[in-house]
Design a protein around this ligand. Structure first.
Ligand code: MN
Length: 503
């Protein structure tokens, strides 16, 4: 658990939560912001009766734990100062600089946002605002998630109708954001807490079931881990860690709902994680597991070669394990493991080049590559905003498809991966490569066979776009079947421009 609401925190707990020790300048900053926040909130109490500063410390500790940098942690300590005290953002800027003031301004704005979740339209408007805040500085949203996590942990001190409202809002807005940013530790904890408040009966039933499964599986997990260790060792495969676990509470509930409560249809109730040094080792383990245990058909997923849209990497396979029991095996490197739990937050961690026990752990990670990734993220967010412009309808339409729905991957003949929304057409693919290619596309060969412009792309296909330089431009009818907002906007823009030329 990232938050333990019964423990009284000190600033030392925050400092020792960092996976890599912060530099002395970072440490000084944290101590200064802590003192400032403590004085500002002096005398204020939470609904539970504990001093307000405990909430700030808890938020900061979550941020430190998931790998955010010292400045973000400091902003976490200060996040409620302008909202709840006389101190202004201008004063914070004078004392702690522009960067921290900017994050806190974002948090304060997000806090004042009226998040409505009843009407579909209002819900999407929330997304829009959240998304704009995120595009300016993604750290703001990560602070908001940490803040919300502590609030959810202390929800029992509020009135029941307020509990429901906040839990509902969290489930609708913050859980999907945590998921999209790949911060699975926060996602799992938030969704479980929401589940408890929103469906107390189902929660209780599922929890009892899970507790029983945990108890019953204990011995099997222990012997299986031993067996895997031995088998891999005999094949000269060096393993860093192996452990088994029962499926998380809320995802267990969702799977049970999907299969009408039939637990025998859930094959990944027990999952074993095998953590190794590098990618090559992942594939060696994968081979070794399949040599010893028969895999289930169509249940092999290589998210290393084809990562999920949120960056998740691992190899998953479901096999008939020891005693013929169906189990899931997840194979990943340490680095993939850390990223799987902390998502976007881990990108800040890599930027801290301080010595520490984690240095070795992360040393093979290339700094430049991380920076590239960060730039890619920022660029993507900027593009989205630019594309979606000021028309909220188009923005919402784009958000639903680009941000919330599932993605597929297709390849260019050279093997470049193009990521698209599910249901995308040849036209979407062409525009994803280049606007000019979209404007002049006349046809395509999909896996070597000619395909029409409106055909839907399936995951993993190789697509060769055919163009004609003499083509006048996109056809307005394309708007009927294109899926991505990027393609839609490019088509609209082209048509608008050519209309202006005519008039
Ligand atoms: Mn707060």
């Amino acid at each position: 658990m990232l938050v333990n609401e019964t423990e009284t925190l000190t600033i030392k707990d925050v400092l020792s939560a960092f996976p890599i020790h912060p530099k002395s300048s970072g440490k000084k900053l944290i101590l200064r912001t802590y003192e400032f926040s403590r004085k500002a909130h002096e005398g204020q109490k939470r609904a539970s009766g504990i001093p307000y500063i405990q909430h700030c410390l808890a938020t900061a500790k979550v941020l430190a734990t998931i790998g955010m940098d010292a400045r973000t942690v400091s902003a976490g300590l200060l996040h409620d100062v302008p909202e709840d005290t006389e101190i202004t953002i201008a004063e914070i800027e004078k004392k702690f600089g522009e960067d921290i003031a900017f994050m806190i301004e974002g948090i304060t704005k997000l806090g004042k946002m009226k998040l409505k979740i009843d009407a579909q339209e209002a819900k999407l408007e929330n997304w829009r605002r959240m998304f704009l805040a995120m595009g300016k500085d993604i750290r703001t949203v990560v602070i908001k998630l940490a803040d919300r996590l502590h609030n959810m942990h202390t929800l029992k001190h509020l009135r029941p109708e307020k509990q429901r409202r906040i839990a509902n809002e969290t489930m609708e807005i913050f859980v999907p954001i945590a998921n999209r940013l790949g911060i699975s530790k926060i996602k799992v904890e938030l969704s479980e807490l929401c589940f408890m408040y929103l469906k107390p009966d189902d929660y209780k039933k599922t929890k009892e079931l899970r507790d029983r499964l945990v108890c019953e599986s204990e011995e099997y997990i222990e012997t299986t881990v031993k067996l895997f260790k031995k088998q891999l060792k005999d094949s000269n495969i060096e393993v860093i860690d192996i452990y088994g676990r029962v499926k998380e509470l809320y995802s267990l509930y969702n799977k049970l709902e999907k299969y009408n409560g039939n637990i025998n249809r859930i094959y990944d109730i027990l999952a074993f994680r095998i953590i190794v040094k590098n990618e090559v080792m992942c594939y060696r383990v994968f081979g070794e597991i399949h040599k010893n245990y028969k895999p289930m058909v169509r249940r092999i997923k290589d998210y290393i070669a084809l990562p999920k849209p949120n960056g998740y990497k691992s190899i998953h396979t479901i096999v008939f394990g020891p005693n013929g029991r169906r189990i899931e095996i997840q194979i990943r490197t340490q680095e993939m493991h850390f990223e799987a739990e902390h998502g976007i937050a881990s990108h800040w961690l890599y930027k801290e080049k301080t010595k520490g026990s984690w240095r070795q752990y992360l040393s093979h990670k290339k700094q430049e590559k991380e920076d590239e990734k960060q730039v890619e993220w920022a660029k993507k967010l900027k593009d989205w905003q630019k594309d979606l412009g000021n028309n909220p309808d188009e923005f919402i339409e784009g958000l639903q498809v680009d941000f919330l729905k599932n993605h597929i991957f297709a390849f260019t003949p050279k093997g470049d991966i193009i990521e698209l929304a599910e249901g995308s057409s040849i036209i979407d693919f062409a525009y994803a490569i280049h606007t000019e290619m979209g404007n002049t596309v006349t046809g395509a060969r999909v896996d070597g066979t000619m395909a029409s412009l409106d055909s839907t792309i399936t995951n993993g296909s190789v697509i060769e776009i055919l163009t004609d330089k003499n083509r006048k431009g996109p056809n307005i009818d394309w708007l009927k079947f294109v899926k991505t907002s990027h393609a839609k906007n490019a088509i609209r823009k082209y048509i608008k421009n050519s209309e202006q030329l005519l008039s």
